[in-house]
Design a binder for this molecule. Structure first.
Ligand code: NAD
Ligand code: MG
Length: 384
């Protein structure tokens, strides 16, 4: 029996993780669940999974949650950053699933690592902002850090049985998103509705927009750099519209190992939670004769400049990836609210990065300060 805490239980990853817990009640028990604003869903989850602790953003949401729960529910409700950190560090918790979206995941994940918890990490922004610090602390504490992002799970699986110095490079696959074939001129009129229609994956809104701009792939390049300790020069992005090959690793003899499957995050989530075992899942294998053709192409950086921006910020290092991420979060939210045209997302991030004075060796506080600076600067640019 593995005792887990789920940070971001009400999101796309969180709810799919709970489906796995529901399917394997003898393997997983939930000790803590956290949410931000989706209180009704969290209340239903508490009734079903009986966690000892639940964390929400503030006192208002806590009161609403309390009112929704049957009177005899035995759950402690805590709030805010301190509450999220409590959920991440409960004594009985063995593994923490980091499934919050965005920079909010960084501090709870670091607390969980410092408390010696194993981590299954979906929240890529944590590694983008502070990959070096996170990986060093995880190594020092001797905890297991399992990737949940499907590409990184695929890379991890493709590395089994091999040593790192045998690797030539990593091939990170990307579906290309809904605008893979959209002519450059039409990018000016892209609406949130169109950008939220991902061809292969159903995910939270922020990552869906990131997938459409290829910023998601850029964040994943930085995530891979830290997870697998490879230089940026050895990470290559390959567009693969069918999303069957989840990513690949090339070895020094030219052999390529890949992990394949239908696009279903439950596979990667379950593997993150249960490694080194594989669970019996009701996910069909790809129907290769039915699929017929798998295709690959290079990304078009002129229509998807966010990918190039992420490589540049990653290579610059220091506080730049945190600034890239913070500016992106603000720009994506503004686009979703109709306050910024689609092409403005890249323009805002690029401008914020160009104004940034890099700190080459930041600690966590300096990273958080750079994130806040990036958000303020992006908001100022949005107003003008
Ligand atoms: P989502 O928007 O569906 O859910 C986000 C979760 O985080 C919710 O439970 C929400 O309550 C919580 N949350 C949001 N803002 C918060 C805040 N400020 N403080 C505390 N909690 C907050 O997101 P998602 O699609 O499930 O993605 C979660 C993470 O997993 C992201 O980092 C994403 O990049 C990564 N990821 C997601 C998928 C996917 O298929 N959805 C795939 C790979 C990686
Ligand atoms: Mg991914």
């Amino acid at each position: 029996m593995k005792v887990i805490s789920i940070l971001g239980a009400t999101g796309s990853i969180g709810t799919q993780a709970l489906e796995i817990v529901r399917q394997f009640p003898d393997r997983f028990r939930v000790a803590a669940l956290t949410a931000h604003t989706r209180i009704e869903l969290l209340a239903r989850q508490i009734v079903e999974f009986s966690p000892r602790l639940a964390a929400v953003s503030d006192q208002d949401h806590a009161s609403r949650l309390k009112a929704l729960l049957p009177a005899d529910t035995k759950v402690r409700i805590v709030t805010g950053e301190a509450g999220y950190q409590q959920a991440a560090t409960l004594p009985e918790t063995q593994m923490v699933l980091g499934a919050m979206v965005g920079a909010a995941g960084l501090l709870p994940t670091l607390s969980a690592i410092d408390a010696g918890k194993d981590i299954a990490l979906a929240n890529k922004e944590t590694l983008v902002m502070a990959g070096e610090i996170v990986m060093n602390r995880a190594a020092r504490r001797g905890i297991k850090l399992m990737p949940v992002d499907s590409e990184h799970s695929a890379i991890f699986q493709s590395m089994a049985g091999h040593s790192r110095d045998e690797i030539r490079n990593i091939l990170l696959t990307a579906s290309g998103g809904p605008f893979l074939k959209t002519p450059a001129a039409d990018f000016l009129n892209i609406t949130p509705e169109a950008a939220l229609r991902h061809p292969n994956w159903s995910m939270g809104s922020k990552i869906t927009i990131d997938s459409s701009t290829l910023m998601n792939k850029g964040l994943e390049v930085i995530e891979a750099r830290w997870l697998f300790d490879v230089d940026f020069s050895r990470i290559q992005v390959v567009i693969h519209p069918q999303s069957i090959v989840h990513s690949m690793v090339t070895y020094q003899d030219g052999a390529v190992m890949a992990q394949l499957g239908i696009p279903d995050m439950k596979g990667a989530i379950a593997y993150g939670l249960s490694h080194p075992e594989r669970l019996f899942l009701d996910i069909p294998a790809p129907d290769f004769p039915g699929i017929g053709t798998l295709t690959f192409e290079a990304p078009d950086l002129s229509r998807f400049p966010c990918l190039a921006l992420a490589f540049q910020a990653g290579e610059a290092g220091g506080t730049c990836p945190a600034v890239l991420n913070g500016a992106n979060e603000v720009a994506v939210a503004a686009f979703l609210e109709g306050r910024l045209p689609y092409v403005g997302i890249h323009a805002i991030i690029s401008e914020v990065l160009s104004q940034h004075q890099i700190d080459n060796h930041p600690d966590v506080d300096e990273i958080l300060a750079a994130d806040q600076w990036a958000r303020r600067t992006a908001q100022t640019l949005l107003r003008n």
